[in-house]
Design a protein around this ligand. Structure first.
Ligand SMILES: Nc1ncnc2c1ncn2[C@@H]1O[C@H](COP(=O)(O)OP(=O)(O)OP(=O)(O)O)[C@@H](O)[C@H]1O
Length: 351
């Protein structure tokens, strides 16, 4: 796979943002040639161990303006978590320059902690055996949130995330969706300026996913919170982010709008139609086409950058339509097509 490719010129990368006080840079998050190399020891035979290096992040440069909502996606092992860990100060870059709100995260991790919120979908930051409210009380003290602000923020988050009935329940008894809402509230109690979310909708049902996405949009509108969202669910990006960055093998390979990503990857969505009875393949205008027929159900692939509305109207007009749904492409498929497309355009380029 070609890892030497430059980022696609998609939408405008975030370079603006309001200059803050105290000499803050214009870009709220700024990475310049950031690298992270891990030294790994591998067992070779019974006694011998071999050292080798894993370049998890490689010459990564981007900026995010205050108030932007950016999707950060890529295949497994691409370097997303490593980037987030460097942005929070958990990991120190091996090279390059990284700043969040003008702060070097690994040098001033505690100072930065007051300005950022982090949600890991697969792990909780809440105290497992304590009622939810006790975790919030502990965070109130840990972050030294002024009493008035704590009460105001807690009241607002309880209302917006509908946490009222859960506050006295031990965290281990909460459902995944409830726990996730509890975690998101915990990350926002201290009014962070930036929120890092790592797979915040993983394992949630459709209703809970919608609720989380709506909430994120609302927080961004009300507080201009900058959001960096890592996910494998393209709908998270579609419904929350105006910009998406794709990372692969530690390098930025795309930075722009989601529609542009679909165009670059030539990805397709699938319209699944249920007809009243078995019919011959429905006639649809190219490039849409029927890719599968199973009794009265048919699958119609169409470019992800186009709306399904015209296609639906056409099928409904001519066929006995009973039900329909639209399936999104997954991120791995979009990225795989993006590479295939890139390889096709530049056949002489080698990695
Ligand atoms: N502590 C570590 N020591 C050694 N190698 C590591 C370490 N952390 C990550 N890596 C390696 O760095 C690369 C990037 O990992 P990272 O977890 O950042 O990927 P990711 O994009 O978050 O993947 P996923 O979607 O699977 O979570 C992988 O090859 C991984 O094995």
């Amino acid at each position: 796979m070609d890892t030497t490719a430059e980022p696609e010129a998609g939408g405008e990368p975030g370079t603006g943002g309001e200059p803050g006080t105290g000499g803050e840079p214009e870009a709220f998050i700024a990475l310049d040639g950031v690298e992270k190399v891990f030294d790994v020891r591998r067992r070779k035979g019974l006694l011998r161990r071999e050292r080798h290096q894993v370049r998890a992040v490689d010459s990564l440069s981007f900026t995010v303006a205050r108030g932007e909502m950016v999707g950060y996606i890529g295949p497994n092992g691409a370097g997303k978590s490593t980037t987030i860990k460097m942005l929070t100060g958990i990991l120190t870059p091996s090279g390059g320059r990284l700043r969040v709100a003008g702060i070097d995260p690994s040098r001033e991790r505690t100072r930065l902690a007051h300005r950022i919120g982090v949600v890991f979908g697969q792990r909780t930051t809440l105290w497992w055996d304590l009622p939810l409210i006790d975790s919030y009380k502990l965070m109130h003290r840990m972050y030294r949130i002024p009493d008035g602000r704590y009460r105001e923020n807690l009241g607002r988050l309880v209302e917006l995330l509908d946490l009222g009935d859960m506050l006295e329940v031990p965290v281990r008894q909460l459902s995944l969706g409830q726990r996730m809402r509890g975690d998101i509230a915990a990350a926002l109690l201290h009014d962070p300026e930036v929120l890092y979310l790592d797979e915040p909708t993983i394992g949630l049902d459709v209703v809970s996913k919608t609720r989380v996405r709506e909430f994120l949009r609302q927080v961004n509108t009300e507080r201009s919170t900058t959001v960096l969202l890592t996910t494998h669910d393209l709908q998270d990006i579609e419904q929350v982010c105006s910009r998406v960055m794709v990372i692969d093998h530690g390098r930025l390979v795309y930075d722009g709008g989601l529609a542009g990503l679909h165009e670059v990857g030539e990805s397709e969505r699938t319209l699944v139609v249920d007809l009243e009875r078995e019919c011959p393949p429905v006639e649809v205008p190219a490039p849409a086409r029927v890719v599968r027929v199973d009794g009265p159900r048919q699958w119609v692939a169409f470019p992800a950058s186009e709306s399904a509305a015209g296609l639906v109207a056409r099928i409904a007009e001519r066929y006995p339509l009973v039900d329909l749904s639209v399936r999104e492409p997954d991120i791995e498929a979009v990225i795989a097509k993006m590479y295939a497309e890139r390889a096709g355009r530049t056949p002489t380029q080698s990695s």
